[in-house]
Design a protein around this ligand. Structure first.
Ligand SMILES: Nc1ncnc2c1ncn2[C@@H]1O[C@H](COP(=O)(O)OP(=O)(O)OP(=O)(O)O)[C@@H](O)[C@H]1O
Length: 353
């Protein structure tokens, strides 16, 4: 079996490579360039990443190739991000980066020549009814299946996740024992480079600033000003510059550039237990043979745990009723659906009000 391993310079993908080599494989390593050469801060991290990836390759006598997908990343992931933000939604570039870049463009440029693509994601796959399914990782806190919930069947059936059966602390331990070049490296914040730069600066570059009102939802009173609704997301608590908090963003009027906020932790307005997902995407298949209500687990953003609730799927729209009230359900984010045991990651759709 010939394997391509995606390596980032971080500890997780280095351990993934180490585990593959221990099993007797000799994967070819690929580092994907997605940052901007013109941006100093970004090209510095890329240089460091490439150095560590090179050291790992040398250590195991493996080939390392650098694949430049900067243009593709800008054309697809950055364009998607800006478009969502412009329309008042909260984008998820990490989900799109996996679907379109790491497992999309990479496949066309190099991945097609391999039987399997391995990554250091905390996720796993399993075989059920003759098909491959995306499944959660042993380490529920590190689980990254929510970032993979838009991939398709061809992608999931080609993926290998060597870390799926380990806890993060075991991975750190393996890295230290094996004296991997990246053993002491800190964990990265986001999968894609948008997580490494100041998000507001990035958005400002594209959408500029435009002052608007911050209005208290309950009283209708203006209580402050903001510099553009596009800098704010539903559920946001920090960075509003208002006194007498806590305040939460609960709604946006994008036409009139107004942010609605609500005061206090216990305000009904910022909690919800019902929402919709549009364009629902099944990774492998629809596991439910009826349109009857199903008990599921789900996530509405990257969190440590799973929520529980019920799902009704009709005409491609998925209605979720949560068992508990959830704060900050942001339209544009992906709602990710799991089976009731939070084992299989079934798919995802975009949150709509
Ligand atoms: N620039 C990149 N080039 C190639 N593969 C990458 C790159 N960035 C991330 N990956 C792959 O995607 C996986 C998940 O990315 P993420 O940024 O979440 O990493 P992580 O969990 O911090 O892992 P790592 O410690 O390997 O960076 C990585 O383990 C790696 O296999």
């Amino acid at each position: 079996m010939n394997i391509a391993a995606l390596i980032s310079g971080g500890v997780d993908s280095a351990v993934a490579v180490h585990l593959l080599c221990e099993q007797g494989y000799k994967p070819d390593l690929f580092y994907i360039k997605i940052g901007m050469d013109t941006d100093n801060e970004l090209s510095c991290t890329a240089e460091e990443d490439i150095e560590l990836a090179t050291a790992t390759a040398r250590r195991y006598g493996l080939q390392l190739e650098i694949i430049d997908l900067q243009k593709e990343y800008w054309d697809q992931v950055v364009a998607y991000t800006i478009e969502k933000v412009r329309n008042g939604f909260t984008p998820n570039p990490d989900v799109m980066c996996n679907k379109l870049i790491k497992f999309g463009c990479f496949e066309q440029k190099a991945g097609y020549a391999y039987d399997k693509i391995a990554t250091g994601h905390y996720a796993s796959t399993c075989e059920l009814n003759g098909k491959t399914w995306l499944a959660t990782a042993k380490d529920a806190i590190k689980d990254q299946t929510d970032f993979l919930a838009q991939i398709n069947y061809l992608q999931v059936s080609k993926l290998l996740f060597p870390l799926g059966g380990y806890m993060k602390k075991e991975i750190r331990h393996i890295a230290a024992q094996a004296k991997l070049p990246s053993a002491q490296r800190k964990d990265s914040q986001g999968i894609c480079f948008l997580g490494k730069i100041n998000y507001n600066d990035f958005i400002r570059r594209f959408l500029g600033e435009r002052q608007g009102s911050i209005i208290e939802l309950e009283s209708g009173k203006e209580i402050g000003k903001h510099r553009g609704f596009w800098f704010h997301t539903i559920g946001q608590r920090k960075g509003l510059g208002l006194s007498g908090g806590p305040w939460f963003v609960v709604d946006k009027d994008t036409e009139n550039n107004i942010l609605y906020v609500s005061h206090g932790y216990d305000t009904e307005q910022q909690y919800s237990n019902e929402f919709k997902l549009t364009d629902f995407h099944f990774i492998t298949d629809n596991p439910w043979l009826t349109e009857k209500e199903q008990q599921v687990c789900f996530k509405v953003r990257h969190t440590d745990g799973f929520h529980q609730g019920n799902l009704i799927l009709k005409n491609g729209i998925c209605h979720i009723r949560s068992s508990e009230k959830i704060q900050g359900i942001a339209p544009g984010q992906f709602g990710v659906i799991y089976d009731k045991d939070a084992y299989l990651c079934i798919g995802s759709g975009e949150i709509r009000k």
